[in-house]
Ligand binder design. Structure first.
Ligand SMILES: Nc1ncnc2c1ncn2[C@@H]1O[C@H](COP(=O)(O)OP(=O)(O)OP(=O)(O)O)[C@@H](O)[C@H]1O
Length: 620
């Protein structure tokens, strides 16, 4: 395993992306208070000298009293005692030097300014005159970002390189910023001489530490403002997530049938929706992700091939529209993340190619799914459009190298054969294959060391309702967003005759997404089914204005009196009553608006991006 690079840790900071990459995190950090235990080497050496002085004095007194033989009898054991004390002081000094060298080695790895910011408490030294510690407690400053997948394992690896001993993570106390490493190969006393056996025992320790089932935790307020979507936990219990703010933002989920892709994708959709982000899903298996179809903020789950083509095309158009906004001066930070899930990408791309061939289209049309996904992978992140791709095979030729470079986080569920693992992780490939436990996965974020995790269990809302599983329903209710910010969408096609494969291909390419359920949809829950407590009024308020129609993002300078716009989360959807220039500031406009909860006005930058809605029934 390659050592964890602190640069990766910083890149993995989970807040929204920041244009200013400066790192002054340690400006107010204090050096660590060292753990003081027992006597220092100097105190021990001084004691040894004291004992020698005492022995010689006693001998001199006894000699003066004409008892030199008794003096010698007293002198010899006392000098032996002094010698032992001195030897202990020398050994303690050598051990302290080893700990100081270890702290120096960890300085770069953890990204702290110097060794004084670390407090390493080394215990249970065994093996040889100086020996190596069996247990290490490493206290690090709060400013160190320890949230990256495999962070703790990376520290254990760095310690291993320095001390030449295998360590596993005993405990990672995230709140206390304290990491306990243990040498799992040694029970009290003896060293296991066989390195292979030691490595195997170390792997056993990691395996034992991972749970087989762990429910998705309910996000806290801090979680909801973070761009890190939790995936699962590693062997030390540290939460591992998909960080959309990382330099490459997209997520790739690999795994054979039954490995846990559907459960993981359900969790991703639920987490994104909880943050108020819109989620679009292309479910090529048609029924895998139907369970989140009526989940608040999941705007569409396309289950027919025709609808899937439209959703992918619209995601691409949305990206192009956002790029145009940025080109006209809007800022990326004003664009809310859109999460587009393509479940079973290989089968979907093949089906699109077949449909294009049946419609007598060119080779370019046959690669539509592949080309759109390539574009979204390459440019989506710059405008906060994030792709989640799921595939069965890690060695699928659709996963070209350039795609791999655009994907920030890869989750490989289940076991990979060693050739595929080498191709995927290169020289960093984990020595330990994932156990055949559903949800067990190897995760790599950016270039960080791949880590073994257990993915969180997220219930399928539809299934939980069907079997009336109380525990799952309780968890789902806690995960459900309290406010719906993005209504459901359906595919709206032109009325042109689609009586041939060619005509229906053309109709699909020109189709749009419109708000509300399509006329043919029945038996589905209302899109505004937010959690009943808290946000009920906001959801109800928004239903007063959200009817059929479609929405798009435009610049504030394009707003007109009468536009229905969502200026921010506080105001919700409002009608713009008047747009006025601001005196002496050509960059801003004063907007007067009226909403369901009253009226107001605010000054907004002309280039800010806002979502507006076009209504088809003139409700206002
Ligand atoms: N994180 C998890 N924790 C516990 N059990 C899980 C987890 N993920 C999946 N499972 C179990 O494994 C079963 C199969 O998982 P899932 O349906 O997600 O697989 P899949 O990879 O989507 O399969 P397919 O490709 O055939 O759709 C689930 O019904 C569930 O019981």
């Amino acid at each position: 395993m390659a050592p964890h690079d602190p640069a990766d840790t910083f890149a993995a900071a989970s807040g929204p992306p920041d244009a200013d990459g400066s790192d002054d995190r340690f400006a107010s950090a204090r050096p660590a208070e060292p753990t003081i235990k027992g006597f220092t080497p100097w105190q021990l050496a001084a004691s040894a000298v004291g004992v020698v002085f005492l022995a010689v004095s006693m001998w001199a007194i006894l000699a003066a009293l004409d008892e030199p033989d008794i003096g010698v009898l007293f002198l010899l054991p006392t000098l032996a005692c002094a010698g032992a004390l001195y030897a202990v002081s020398v050994r303690r000094r050598l051990r302290q030097n080893a700990v100081t060298d270890l702290a120096e080695a960890l300085v770069r790895h953890l990204g702290v300014p110097d060794a004084s910011y670390l407090d390493i408490d080394a215990r249970q030294w065994q093996g040889g005159w100086v020996g190596v510690p069996h247990v290490l407690n490493i206290q690090y400053p709060t400013e160190v970002d320890d949230s990256a997948p495999g962070w703790a394992a990376g520290v254990a690896e760095a310690v291993h390189l320095q001390l030449d001993e295998q360590y596993t993570v005993g405990r990672h106390n995230v709140r206390g910023h304290r990491l306990t490493l243990r040498d799992p190969t040694r029970s009290a006393g003896s060293l296991t001489p066989e390195p292979a056996a030691r490595a195997e025992r170390a792997r056993d320790a990691v395996r034992r530490a991972l749970p087989d089932h762990i429910a998705r935790p309910v996000p806290t307020q801090a979680d909801l403002s973070s761009w890190l979507l939790p995936l699962g936990v590693d062997a030390s219990g540290t939460r591992v997530g998909w960080n959309l703010a990382a330099p490459q933002g997209h997520l790739l989920v690999l795994g054979r049938s039954g490995a846990g892709k559907r459960v993981l994708l359900t969790g991703i959709a639920v987490e994104a929706a909880a943050r108020g982000w819109p989620v679009w899903i292309i479910d090529h298996r048609r029924v895998d992700l139907l369970g989140v179809r009526d989940w608040p903020n999941v705007q569409i789950v396309a289950s027919t091939l025709d609808d899937q083509i439209v959703v992918l095309n619209q995601a691409w158009r949305e990206m192009e529209g956002r790029v145009a906004l940025i080109e006209s001066g809007s800022s990326r930070s004003e664009l809310e993340p859109l999460v587009v899930v393509v479940h079973h990408f290989r089968e979907f791309a093949t089906a699109v190619a077949d449909a294009a061939n049946r419609a007598g289209q060119s080779a370019a049309a046959a690669s539509l799914a592949h080309d759109r996904v390539t574009d979204l992978l390459r440019h989506g992140r710059q405008v906060n459009v994030y792709l989640v791709l799921s595939m069965q095979r890690a060695d699928d030729p659709l996963l070209r190298d350039e795609h791999r470079d655009d994907v920030g986080t890869v989750v490989a569920l289940g076991r990979l054969d060693s050739r595929v693992a080498s191709a995927l992780w290169g020289s960093d490939r984990p020595t330990e294959p994932a156990e055949p436990v559903p949800g067990r996965a190897t995760v790599q974020s950016g270039d960080a060391t791949p880590a073994l995790i257990q993915c969180y269990w997220t219930p399928d809302p539809r299934e939980a309702r069907r079997v009336n599983d109380e525990q799952d329903l309780y968890l789902l209710d806690a995960l459900r967003p309290s406010v719906v910010t993005h209504p459901v969408l359906h595919v709206q096609r032109s009325r042109a005759l689609a009586d041939s494969p060619e005509a229906s291909w053309r109709v699909n390419l020109n189709a749009d997404l419109a708000e509300g359920y399509s006329a043919g949809t029945s038996g589905l829950a209302d899109w505004s089914r937010a959690r009943s407590s808290g946000g009920g009024s906001a959801a109800a308020a928004s239903t007063q204005v959200e009817t059929a129609g479609w929405s798009e993002m435009i610049m504030v300078s394009q707003l007109q009196a009468g536009s229905l716009a969502r200026l921010d989360d506080d105001t919700g959807w409002v009608i713009i009553e008047q747009v006025e220039p601001v005196q002496n500031d050509g960059t801003k406009l004063q907007l007067h608006w009226r909403g369901n909860d009253g009226a107001g006005s605010q000054v907004v930058s002309r280039t800010r991006a806002v979502r507006i809605r076009h209504l088809s029934d003139g409700i206002y």
